[in-house]
Design a protein around this ligand. Structure first.
Ligand code: CA
Length: 336
């Protein structure tokens, strides 16, 4: 395998606290010899698991970036058992622009496992896949709905076939202490960060903490407290993990019918709220047509019944865009 062109200014396997940079080489109109700089922090202290925490894979999801920045800034070696590696924002240019995608148009969460000879996003994905995932036991990838959608705040996982890996991922999902947990499928393409980490047999913990372009104080608290509790649960952070007072609820969004695409382009009007129960065939929204005042709006119907767990956050909608997700409420015994 070809070596990564991405360099790292710290040795993430060393002990103590180190603050450094990943550098992805690039060449632009204004700088022929340049690098995309991505901060990385490593805090090591003796024997124990290695946890890798990544925020800002999507630039318009500040929840994880803020939680990871707070963790990276404040974490000290005496709090750690093993090692915690934090990349607070994997897509800094997208974060500055408050966009999901990189300015190049790349979606870092479709770039995995990456390539040492591809564009910058693929080079970064390849470095993470070949240098940081293999030394990690637990990989935490913090997402939200971004500007484009509003989610019930939840921790989430893919179904993985390996029962031991799945059990540890369920425990990690529960350790975030969200009211909702969700098992989902990839409805928008492959190449996800978590998919490559799962393929490598890692314990992967991920979230969708709200979204819609605004972060409440409650969501920031949930991002920080959940992240710390997950690290405590796996033993990378000292202290006893805490559990929710009331049991969480499980959502299964594992069938294509759970995802409702816009049948036409137009201006989306949602008719349902997060957490609402809907029946199969129930209208969940309407598409309006700015150029056709005489035309009745086109109704959009739920295919499956269940709990509304995602609604579109940007009303301007193109045909095929997901407008609502309706998930089936399930028992955690299904994940055994
Ligand atoms: Ca995301």
């Amino acid at each position: 395998m070809m070596d990564s062109p991405v360099s790292c200014t710290i040795d993430p396997t060393a002990g103590g606290k180190q603050v450094g940079m990943l550098r992805v080489p690039r060449s632009s109109n204004n700088a022929g010899w340049s690098g995309l700089m991505i901060p990385i922090v490593s805090v090591g202290n003796g024997a124990g698991p290695t946890a890798l925490v990544i925020g800002g894979v999507h630039g318009d999801e500040p929840e994880g970036q803020v939680a990871a920045l707070n963790l990276a800034r404040t974490l000290q070696p005496e709090q750690v058992r093993g090692r915690v590696i934090v990349i607070p924002c994997a897509s800094p240019e997208a974060s500055r622009a408050y966009t999901r995608l990189w300015p190049s148009g790349a979606n870092l969460n479709r770039s995995f496992p990456g390539s040492p000879t591809g564009p910058a996003d693929e080079q970064l994905a390849h470095f993470l896949s070949t240098e940081l995932f293999p030394i990690s036991d637990v990989i935490v990838d913090i997402h939200s709905g971004g500007r484009n959608s509003l989610h019930l705040p939840w921790s989430e996982m893919h179904w993985v076939d390996d029962a031991a890996q799945r059990r540890q991922m369920v425990d990690g999902m529960l350790a975030w202490n969200t009211e909702w947990c969700c098992v989902y499928i990839d409805i928008g393409g492959t190449g996800l960060l978590v998919s490559e980490a799962e393929r490598q047999g890692k314990i992967v913990v991920s979230t969708e903490l709200g979204g819609g372009g605004h972060v409440t104080a409650e969501i920031h608290r949930l991002a920080s407290s959940g992240l710390a509790n997950v690290l405590r649960h796996f033993g990378a952070l000292a202290g006893e993990p805490v559990r929710r007072a009331s049991p969480p609820k499980l959502l299964m969004a594992t069938e294509p019918e759970n995802y409702v695409p816009a049948p036409e382009s137009g201006l989306f009007e949602t008719l349902v709220d997060l957490g609402q129960q809907v029946e199969p065939g129930e209208p969940v929204g309407r598409i309006h047509f700015l150029e056709r005042v005489d035309r009745e709006p086109e109704a959009v119907h739920a295919k499956a019944g269940g709990i509304v767990c995602v609604v579109r956050g940007v009303a301007t909608t193109e045909q095929g865009d997901n407008v609502v997700v309706v998930a089936r409420e399930a028992d955690f015994a299904e994940l055994a």
